[in-house]
Design a protein around this ligand. Structure first.
Ligand code: GTP
Ligand code: MG
Length: 590
């Protein structure tokens, strides 16, 4: 626990690089303005002892008027100065906390962006959102408030203690004898509240996940008329969260009376012991007033410690979650000796005895896959749903790595290439189309923002999207919503195809991209795919014979194995799965 906490602080310290000096100045300022709190009671004590209660008080009032005014002016001046320092310190630590927050947030987003596909299977969006928002804010709060409050409390406490001892060590000891009891309570509180914050943090993540999934999945909710069910489910999450929140707050409240009682004992001790000392002439009235007017400077830090401990535990729970992502490393990265291949690829794709199993899966999904796609060829992949088609093509851009065998592009193992160079040569239209909340133009030019308007239109034409786009009220400037709300399935697919083509890839991979378009449109698309004005190897997953018929090679996948491969004619002649598909789809005996 201790070492872990230290490493959290070390992590924070690391991220404060560049701002440590100015943060240190802020901390120094905190010490200064807290020590300055003592000046007012000090001057008050002098005024009382010299001008009010001392033996020569009356004479001093006449003879030392200048000193009286000097003391008053010094008190007022120091109060103003102190306020100025507090202001500057607040600005200073706020500045540092925002800078550090920005740095960590950028780093986190960078980490999340560069993660492997499998990372997104593990972490839920709502949870990741919690980490980059609420959790990070707890980290910021640590810098802006918690650390400063610790210094504030301790410097005030220390300065007052020194001052108390300087005035009268016996009275000081009597008052401070109560402090250890408060410490015991604080430690007990810490042990109780730490797990609460962990729980609270987990509940917040659940709440955010529920909200996020419901918002992005609203169409499913509506389709099944499950609004009431979802509202109830969310409500449960929400109640759960607020109850945990309440429990956390109550933890503090249950400890607070003890601390408050001990803290309130201090003035009583002062009254009793101090009163006795005055009676015995061991303490001046001025000193008594100084003690009395500073007793809060001992009480308050004690009271604050509970609050600080609370916030510290919140930071502890949150930073743990942030650090998990902060230090996470994608497994699929460039090798140090990765080849530099800046030129455009020829587009040869080869699978050599490839087997593949998802890390979180319990069975291989691909077995011993071997095939070659020569530059410019069209390879069609067909097979029943769930047979492994999407898994297969995901190995080409190295979204996953084969468990056995090799995937080669231009005769080089993709594992030896630089990821960006490999992926820049691949145009991929995924099965699950995701468009950005942007204009249609922006979506098509996503992979290459330098694309001219004419080029965007050309690719829209290739993908048979131009017609419906121009019919839209704002044409290419029409904004499509998150996940392409406002477009039909086939329209989305065509924009996604245009987006994949727009990078003029050496390898084009289409995962069921024309499944939602009509036969006529599909024909147009096929025609333009054959007429592309750049060389391109096409790997097309499709269900329709009409799409695959003209491919140079058709691969039939069954249960993760290539069961048939060849041209349309060859496969029809084999009278296997493909043959039966042809019969089924054309309704003819062939
Ligand atoms: P359709 O797109 O429906 O035509 O299927 P497909 O041929 O593209 O199948 P896919 O490659 O997506 O899936 C093959 C098998 O892998 C199925 O049994 C899936 O359940 C499994 N699978 C797919 N994605 C994952 C994943 O991320 N993790 C795990 N563990 N299994 C997966
Ligand atoms: Mg698929």
């Amino acid at each position: 626990m201790e070492t872990q906490k230290r490493s959290k602080m070390a992590w924070l310290w690391e991220n404060m690089k560049g701002y440590r000096a100015i943060y240190f100045i802020g901390i120094l300022g905190t010490i200064v303005y807290n020590v300055m709190q003592l000046t007012v009671p000090y001057f008050t004590q002098m005024i009382i002892d010299i001008f009010l209660t001392g033996d020569e008080a009356a004479a001093n009032l006449v003879n030392k008027r200048d000193l009286f005014f000097q003391l008053i002016i010094a008190m007022v001046g120091l109060t103003f100065l102190r306020t100025l320092i507090v202001y500057l310190v607040c600005m200073d630590v706020e500045h540092v906390s925002q800078k550090v927050l920005y740095r960590i947030r950028t780093h986190l987003f960078d980490k999340i962006e560069r993660q492997d596909m499998s990372f997104y299977n593990t972490y839920r969006t709502g949870d990741l959102m919690t980490r980059v928002t609420g959790d990070l804010d707890a980290v910021r709060h640590m810098i802006a408030w918690v650390l400063r409050s610790i210094v504030e409390s301790f410097s005030l406490l220390l300065a007052t203690t020194v001052y108390f001892f300087y005035m009268d060590w016996r009275l000081a000891l009597a008052i401070l004898a109560i402090a250890p009891f408060i410490m015991v309570v604080i430690v007990k509180f810490r042990n109780k509240v730490a797990p609460r914050h962990k729980e609270l943090r987990a509940k917040l993540s659940l709440l955010n996940t529920a909200a996020q999934e419901n918002i992005s999945g609203n169409r499913v909710v509506k389709a099944f008329a499950r609004e009431d069910y979802e509202i109830k489910k969310f409500d449960e999450c929400s109640v759960d969260f607020s109850q945990t929140n309440k429990k956390t707050a109550l933890t503090w409240i249950s400890y607070f009376p003890y601390i408050e009682t001990f803290a309130n004992l201090m003035p009583i001790v002062l009254l009793v012991v101090g009163g006795l000392f005055i009676m015995n002439g061991q303490l001046t009235m001025g000193e008594y007033v100084a003690f009395s007017s500073l007793i809060w400077a001992v009480q308050n830090p004690m009271r604050m410690l509970g609050n600080i401990m609370n916030e510290f535990q919140r930071f502890s729970a949150a930073s743990e979650k942030v650090m998990e992502i902060y230090y996470s490393e994608p497994k699929i990265v460039d090798k140090p000796e990765a080849l530099d291949l800046p030129q455009r690829f020829r587009g040869k794709v080869e699978f050599k005895n490839v087997s593949f199993q998802y890390e979180d899966g319990n069975m291989p999904v691909l077995h011993n896959i071997s095939f070659v796609a020569n530059p410019g060829e069209t390879i069609a992949i067909m097979g029943e749903t769930g047979c492994g088609k999407t898994s297969l093509i995901q190995l080409i851009p190295r979204f996953y790595e084969p468990t056995e065998g090799e995937v080669l592009v231009d005769d080089i193992n993709v594992n030896d290439m630089k990821l960006t160079q490999l992926r820049k040569n691949i145009g991929l239209a995924t099965q699950d189309v995701l468009l950005y909340s942007d204009t249609i133009d922006g979506n098509i030019a996503y992979g290459d923002s330098s694309l001219t308007k004419e080029e965007v239109e050309k690719f829209a034409k290739y993908s048979a999207a131009a017609k419906f786009i121009t019919k839209m009220p704002e044409g290419y400037d029409t904004i499509v919503g998150e996940r392409g709300v406002g477009l039909s399935g086939g329209q989305k697919q065509r924009i996604s195809l245009a987006r994949a083509l727009a990078v003029k890839p050496a390898i084009l991979i289409l995962d069921d991209t024309t499944s939602a378009v009509d036969m006529e449109t599909e024909k147009q698309i096929q025609h333009s795919l054959n007429e592309l004005d750049f060389p391109c190897t096409k790997i097309i997953i499709a269900q329709r014979i009409s799409t695959t018929k003209f491919a140079d090679k058709i691969l039939i996948i069954q249960d993760g194995r290539i069961s048939e491969s060849g041209t349309h004619e060859e496969l029809v002649a084999q009278k296997g799965y493909y043959h039966s598909l042809v019969q089924l789809q054309t309704g003819e005996e062939v």
